[in-house]
Ligand binder design. Structure first.
Ligand SMILES: [Zn+2]
Length: 213
């Protein structure tokens, strides 16, 4: 399945590239025919800084930010975004101390914040950063969690957004499914690949993928 890997780059900054592996993959709630590898964007600090600068653009001039909530291992980008928003001379958040925090899953699989960080959510202006929004379920969980702790969600940014996802929030993605030729996401029961007897290649998680064969 790794023989046909291809990449898609951001037109305005080709250093920002995602690698795409065609195959048959499952997430915890959907199947897809492409695995999108965004780990370089999250972990390569030079690229993460470029990504943060792109993420900052819609917020700089009009969105005050206290806290950045990172899901799906977005903390490195989150830290650079905090720096960008708090230090850019044109930013409405300039000079503000911006906190970067991540929710954790409790024993029941619900997202919670440790008591020690709740003060940075309650009553604060919160940005939500995600790696990949494909079905919208993880996004909903993040928004519910921020609302539960009394945060005021002022924006959502993601490395990737599937075009069919609907949300009350405006989402700012770097890439969408329209950038990826042939991309398909199926609900688990309606997967065309499964119907055609194609075996699953791997399980996708926020850590990467794990091969099944
Ligand atoms: Zn399938």
């Amino acid at each position: 399945m790794e023989t046909n890997v291809f990449s898609v780059s951001l037109a305005k900054n080709p250093a920002i590239t995602i690698n795409i592996t065609p195959g048959h993959f499952t997430t915890n709630n959907a199947h897809t025919n492409n695995y999108l590898d965004v780990s370089n964007l999250k972990s390569n600090t030079a690229i993460a800084m470029d990504v943060a600068q792109e993420f900052a653009i819609p917020y700089v001039s009009n969105t005050f930010v206290d806290t950045i909530v990172c899901m799906e291992k977005m903390e490195v980008i989150g830290a650079y975004l905090a720096q960008s928003l708090s230090q850019d001379g044109n930013s409405v958040s300039t000079g503000n101390k911006i906190y970067v925090v991540s929710p954790i899953s409790n024993a029941y699989g619900n997202l919670i914040f440790p008591t020690s960080v709740v003060e940075w959510i309650a009553g604060k202006s919160v940005l939500l950063l995600m790696a990949s929004i494909s079905s919208g379920r993880t996004l909903s969980g993040g928004i519910e969690c921020i609302n539960y702790y009394g945060g005021k969600l002022v924006g959502v940014s993601a490395l990737y957004l599937a075009s069919n996802v609907r949300s009350d929030m405006t989402i700012y993605p770097l890439f969408t499914s329209e950038d990826i030729p042939g991309y398909k996401l199926y609900s688990t029961n309606e997967c065309e690949l499964c119907k055609n007897g194609v075996k699953l290649d791997a399980i996708i998680s926020s850590e990467g993928y794990t091969k099944l064969q």
